[in-house]
Ligand binder design. Structure first.
Ligand code: GLU
Length: 484
């Protein structure tokens, strides 16, 4: 069998990490089986449609290395792949079901339905459409249609017996038919509901494996009844548990950090996001943690998708990200970090390639970079307490003496290279009979204004240049003289 899976997002905003993971699993499954991965845009819910969201979906999938074989912009034999462009094809199928008794016109108004809902609730019942319009005669229906009364088409679901199907993740599922409601297939605006369109499109597009969120598990019997009513083959089902923030909370769009684009904006690498997302809800059955896309394709097995929700742990993602950053070729790191350096160092004459070398191993997320290097652009205000360091055996008094000793030494250097600075400073410390830390610590504080820096005193001095190094030393000396 030629495997065909699809990712069928609704363009209602940015791409949610849960949605991206669904896309990923569909993509991996298709590629693993030398099948086709199809992108279908489900935009029949006009009220929830967000301008530009479709482009975000394209960009995100491409950015992550998931190319689709058929879809809106690449075409294919089963197009169009945007549901709103298919809208005229659904009604004839719905009419066919009306003819065969599997569906019927319903003329109940919103108000009537609301009244009956409230009455049912008052009786302590859950309202389910009561098949009120099922009993209209053919003539009555025609009269109402001719009179221009608004209508919808509903599925005529059985009320007795049960419907079973097999899901590749959740196993055998059985639902009593009296739990099924007569869902709307065609809405008043003439558009199909998701419930109807997914069946028609999955069939017409030859989808063999329907992969989607587990929130559709309980609706699937209704879809299967539609497939059967048409005499179509039912696809295989792979329902996936959600991606959650923790056991009790969905990773909600409202948290503000559930979108792929949010993570990219914060400086996460798409490879790290994909690698980590693959493991949220699926395991390879081995200890391997790092996967390229090709390795994921190789290892992927839908039977290793967990039934329990995947918990998205941002710290774990950050750990993956740091590892991916560490493994970047230095040129690639430099290219990626440059705009982040620019935010605080543009025009400051700092040698980016050297700074990048010092920063690569310390970068967990690119958005943390500006704060870590800003001191090179501007000496921050700092407290004289920083000169106190037990292990380095230094305090403001010792620091003052050390800096007074080292200032003329630095001033005397004419060839400002890291090696010369290093050798000259170390020789001077030895000559003075001082401990390295008692000089290097205060020197680093004076020229950086902070206790933790990428690189040590020598590297920072070189990056700042001689003039700026001496200027900062003087500021430090002034401070130390005033506190001592
Ligand atoms: N458009 C549906 C959604 O975004 C897709 C569900 C499916 O994959 O069938 O929830």
């Amino acid at each position: 069998m030629q495997v065909r899976t699809r990712f069928a997002p609704s363009p209602t905003g940015f791409l949610h990490l849960g949605g991206l993971r669904s896309a990923l699993y569909g993509y991996l499954f298709a590629r693993k089986n030398q099948g086709s991965f199809i992108l279908r845009i489900e935009d029949t819910d006009q009220e929830r449609y967000v301008e530009g969201a479709t482009q975000v979906i394209y960009d995100t999938l491409r950015d992550c290395g998931m190319n689709w074989d058929e879809g809106p912009d690449v075409g294919g034999a089963f197009g169009p792949y945007i549901q709103s462009e298919r809208k005229d094809l659904y009604l004839p199928y719905a009419r066919q079901l009306v003819e065969s008794g599997h569906a019927y016109y319903c003329f109940c108004t919103r108000e009537e339905l609301e009244e009956r809902r409230q009455a049912a609730e008052a009786r302590g019942e859950v309202f389910k459409y009561d098949k009120h319009c099922l009993h209209l005669s053919r003539e009555e229906v025609q009269q109402k249609l001719d009179a221009g009364m608004p209508w919808v088409i509903r599925q005529n679901a059985p009320t007795e017996g049960e419907t079973s199907y097999h899901d590749e993740v959740f196993g055998d599922m059985t639902f009593p038919n009296d739990s099924l409601d007569d869902m709307v297939l065609i809405k008043q605006d003439g558009m199909p509901t998701y419930n109807f369109a997914n069946v028609i499109d999955d069939h017409l597009m030859g989808i063999t494996h329907v992969m989607r969120g587990m929130e559709y598990l309980s609706s699937t019997p209704k879809y299967n009844l539609l497939y059967q009513a048409f005499g179509w083959e039912i696809p295989a089902y792979i329902h996936m548990p959600p991606v959650m923030r923790d056991e009790h909370h969905k990773l909600s769009k409202r948290d503000g950090d559930a979108y792929y684009s949010d993570f990219i904006a914060k400086g996460y690498l798409s490879e790290a996001i994909i690698n980590y997302l693959a493991l949220v809800g699926w395991n390879p059955g081995t200890d391997q943690e790092f996967f390229t896309m090709d390795e994921l394709i190789d290892a992927f097995d839908v039977h290793r998708i967990n039934k329990a929700p995947g918990i998205f742990d941002v710290n774990k993602l950050t750990w993956f990200n740091a590892e991916y950053i560490r493994r970047l070729p230095p040129e690639k790191y430099l290219e990626t970090v440059t705009p982040w350096f620019d935010r605080v160092l543009a025009g400051k004459g700092i040698h980016y390639p050297r700074l990048a070398e010092l920063m690569q191993d310390r970068t967990e997320i690119f958005s943390q970079v500006p704060d870590m290097v800003a001191f090179l652009g501007k000496l921050p205000d700092y407290s004289a307490d920083l000169y106190t360091h037990k292990k380095m055996k230094t305090n403001p008094a010792i620091a003052l003496a050390s800096l007074e000793m080292i200032r003329p030494v630095l001033e005397g250097i004419s060839d400002w290279s890291e090696t010369v600075i290093h050798d000259t400073v170390m020789a001077a410390i030895a000559d003075a009979g001082l401990k390295n830390g008692a000089v290097l610590w205060p020197l680093r504080i004076a020229i950086s204004g902070q206790a933790s820096t990428p690189g040590g005193a020598i590297e920072i001095a070189w990056l700042l240049g001689k003039e700026e190094t001496l200027r900062r030393l003087d500021t430090g000396l002034e401070m130390l003289r005033s506190v001592n």
